[in-house]
Design a protein around this ligand. Sequence first.
Ligand code: OGA
Ligand code: NI
Length: 362
Amino acid sequence: MAPTMAAINNATNPVSDFSDFVLTKGHGVKGLSETGIETLPNQYIQPLEERLCMTKIVPENAIPIIDLSDPNGTGVADAICNAAERWGFFQIVNHGVPLQVLENAKEATRRFFGLPAQEKNKYSKDNSPSNNVRYGTSFSPQAEKALEWKDYLSLFYVSHDEASALWPAACRDGLLEYMRKSEAVVKQLLKVLMEKLNVTEIDKSKEDLLMGSRRININYYPICPNPELTVGVGRHSDVSTLTILLQDDIGGLYVRDLQDNSWIHVPPVKGSIVINVGDALQIMSNGRYKSVEHRVVANGSKNRISVPIFVNPRPHDIIGPLPESLASGEQPIYKQVLYSDYVKHFFRKAHDGKGTVDYAKI
Ligand code: OGA
Ligand code: NI
């Protein structure tokens, strides 16, 4: 039975009750939200500078929406590369992933989070049979001073067989189908982005370096009693090569505008997929393509879900500026780093904006 709010806000021992309910028992913030909680627990109160001040939002600005119905059409490749250089983010429509596949992935996500806490908690850090399957809340509760208002399930893809054996049945098929059906458009985007860096052929070893491993996350941002005091996800850039993100129709994802530092909303567009450049591609392109800071606000009236696929180098890959992108004599601004070290560095700290990439700076 869910404890009452009196138990959670119990003045004598709020933290232990809170962490038992949210973290240990696996109710997460979804469980907290569903108790009807009326005030945000202190653990979620973010410092002022981390809250999104609506005056910093420039509503008329927007990231590009690129139509891929004729991917070889005039201007499409330029639009993709320009968006990756100028914004680090764009949306794609008519991308070849059937609408039903996108709907099924969202349905799979809702089904997983709709499970009782004790079912979801079978995949927590302490209980999961594999490190490749992890249910949790916030980003890195041990490293964070203030928690984020989000629950997640993170699935590192090894093989279809492993996924069949280990991923929760509630969401497995819908997510695997989405991963499989989106592979072609990911390859197409990388091909276009690589051509601008003078990489004319993506052979097997290049393909492994760019997209040799993949992780799919499902995120749940429940209704929040004081959304203005906290965040759904704090400022960060992704450590991926590319991230392809499916969001529902609620909205709340904001992207930093590189030109004036303001925040731009990424509006939900029916049937679209949001694409963003991650740190690995920023490093491999020697800074040409931008891995841009983004964040998610909490919502006071609606539950939101999202489904990012992080297309990554493999953990044992060494990443650095690609030789082709330096062929014209450009000086490298990043060194060669082991990708798993880079990712470890990301997870060791709380979300801190663009801080991660400094790890690879020369
Ligand atoms: C992420 C992320 C955005 C969203 O998971 O890295 O930025 O809209 N998610 O959920
Ligand atoms: Ni992100």
